[in-house]
Design a protein around this ligand. Structure first.
Ligand code: HAM
Length: 436
């Protein structure tokens, strides 16, 4: 039997087989996650972690039975206690559940939460679409003001800026409040019913289960039918219209370019008012690098308070692929400051304690434990870009001095064994001072 990763999953590795897979390098993931942690700090968001699986109803009730996610894509299983559980396909519903269950409202009316982690959707895998993928997301709970919508969109764009991603477009729409949606759905159904024979099979099904989704169908026949369809904008209440205008104004003030997209409805039931999506021009069909919106009634669905919410989630695989596509810079790979090569039995003992002491003082150090072929070891050190290499053999022990090689300039010096640790620490401090 050949063991393989499950379809639609991938490994994140310290080394990858070819340049195309560079987005799977663990160092790149750590770098992006580090930039995200600085970003959330700047915007004052705090971390929330929820379980990888939830009771299935968390998703059926919040994301909606008619959504693709719930109707086709969930990894649902029964546990040994005969409970129906689902690997989380998205983060907003579990956070709403956790918010209500842990009574976070008791700590105040405004909460800004973020999360990074794996999500699961059973869909046909293709470039940029995985069955296990990762999202960075934020949820701002308790703030009705349109500035909050602007803040999360700005935050998304600021992450792209910090990661040097220039080629993306923000699409924006308003779904209005509950009453706008009901009015619009009536109009839309009345328009589509007499034309349903011309719709694709998927859209005919959606006409019963989730007619809004027909609006973002990519099928050319559906697009033709949708010419002249009513627009949700016509059904916005005064209040919804005012909210949308303020969001647009806020984005204009911040000089964030966007396009109003009346067909953007998003696939999840909990949305109302602002919805948005960022697409990258360097990705293929799966080009959404982030998306989100407002969900003012979601907490109530979980028996919680009437608090509004708005947030987004960004797919990290697509983010990293986009960075690769635009040749965004990544920091160089970290490497040890010094390699230690013992030659002989006594030297091994001395070197083992030296390397540990250096590490305990926070100096990245590496040692070759195996009996070495010196030349081969030096080549290896060279390849890894480590600046210093210390060679210690029985001869050096006898003379009381070890050989220190500076790998870039190819210079050699000898340092006294009695204060070897102090000498290396001084070198480390000097090198750090130069690079700061
Ligand atoms: P979503 O649009 O379903 O929204 O997913 C957000 C992002 O996750 C997408 O734009 C994409 O980058 C990434 N993504 C989704 N599915 C996959 C997949 N199969 N493979 C790779 N990447 C994927 C949500 O999940 C909402 N919870 C966002 C939100 C937060 N709305 C409000 N707050």
């Amino acid at each position: 039997m050949r063991y393989q990763q499950p379809k639609g999953t991938f490994d994140i590795l310290p080394q990858v087989p070819n340049e195309e897979d560079a987005w799977r390098l663990s160092e790149r993931w750590q770098y992006v996650e580090g930039v995200i942690r600085d970003l959330v700090h700047a915007y004052n968001y705090r971390e929330i972690r929820t379980p990888i699986f939830e009771m299935t109803e968390v998703f059926t009730s919040a994301v909606g039975e008619g959504s693709d996610i719930v109707s086709k894509e969930m990894y649902t299983f029964e546990d040994k206690g005969k409970r129906s559980l689902t690997l989380r396909p998205e983060g907003t519903a579990p956070i709403a559940r956790a918010f209500v269950e842990n009574h976070l409202v008791g700590f105040g009316q405004h909460h800004k939460l973020y999360y990074i982690g794996p999500y699961f959707r059973y869909d046909r895998p293709q470039a940029g679409r995985f069955r296990q993928f990762h999202q960075f997301g934020v949820e701002a709970i308790g703030q009705k003001a349109p500035e909050q919508d602007v803040e999360v969109i700005d935050m998304m764009c600021e992450l792209y800026r910090r990661l040097h991603i220039p080629n993306y477009t923000i699409f924006l729409n308003s779904l209005g409040g509950e009453e706008c949606r009901v009015r619009f759905l009536e109009k839309l159904k009345a328009f589509l019913e007499p034309r349903k024979e011309a719709l694709s099979e998927d859209s005919r099904n959606r006409l019963i289960k989730n007619p809004l989704r027909i609006l973002d169908s990519k099928d050319p026949n559906d697009r033709a039918v949708l010419q002249g369809a009513p627009s949700i904008q016509e059904c916005l209440s005064e209040e919804a219209e005012a909210h949308f205008t303020s969001v647009r104004r806020g984005l204009d003030i911040l000089k964030i370019p966007y396009q109003v997209a009346p067909g953007l409805v998003r696939g999840l039931d909990y949305y109302n008012h602002s919805v948005f999506e960022a697409t990258s021009s360097v990705l293929g069909a799966q080009n959404a690098i982030g998306a989100g919106g407002r969900y003012d009634g979601l907490l109530r669905r979980f028996g919680g308070p009437t608090l509004p919410g708005v947030g987004f989630a960004i797919g990290l695989e697509r983010l990293l692929s986009t960075m690769q596509g635009v040749k965004a810079p990544f920091p160089p790979s970290p490497h040890p400051f010094i390699y230690i090569i013992p030659l002989g039995e006594r030297a091994r003992e001395l070197c083992l304690s030296l390397v540990c002491r250096l590490r305990h003082s926070g100096i990245p150090a590496e040692i070759f434990y195996q009996p070495p072929k010196l030349q081969k070891r030096l080549q290896e050190v060279d390849k890894r870009g480590t600046p210093y290499c210390l060679i210690l053999g029985d001869e050096e022990i006898a003379s009381g001095r070890a050989a220190l090689k500076e790998m870039q300039q190819r210079t050699d010096e000898t340092i006294s064994l009695t204060n070897i640790e102090v000498e290396i620490k001084t070198l480390w401090q000097r090198t750090n001072a130069r690079t700061i």
